[in-house]
Ligand binder design. Sequence first.
Ligand code: SF4
Ligand code: SF4
Length: 101
Amino acid sequence: MTFTTTSGVGVEIIDRRLKRPPGALNEVLLEDTCTGCGDCMDVCPSGIILLDRNRFPLLLSSSLCSGCGLCAEVCTPDAIILTDATRAALMRLLEAERKAT
Ligand code: SF4
Ligand code: SF4
């Protein structure tokens, strides 16, 4: 099965236990909500979001997900939403950025 990476290069995925990013809606709601824009894939600092054949987001590696919440933050139609954990992580990230400027 081939997916699109941030670089636009197709990669063959053999791990069929792939998951959605944290806070992603369930499969039925995702179908109605996700526009396939790829913004979550572009923003992920770990580069671990791919788009499946329906252009829905997949996690390449759960263990490499920091739970930063950026994928939910950029998802305009709310196909990925902030969880308590990712909201807290995002707040910490934004606070660190604010202090650095
Ligand atoms: S940012 Fe949201 S709408 Fe766009 S591909 Fe990702 S999950 Fe789908
Ligand atoms: S929570 Fe952060 S690291 Fe995890 S998939 Fe989303 S953007 Fe990537």
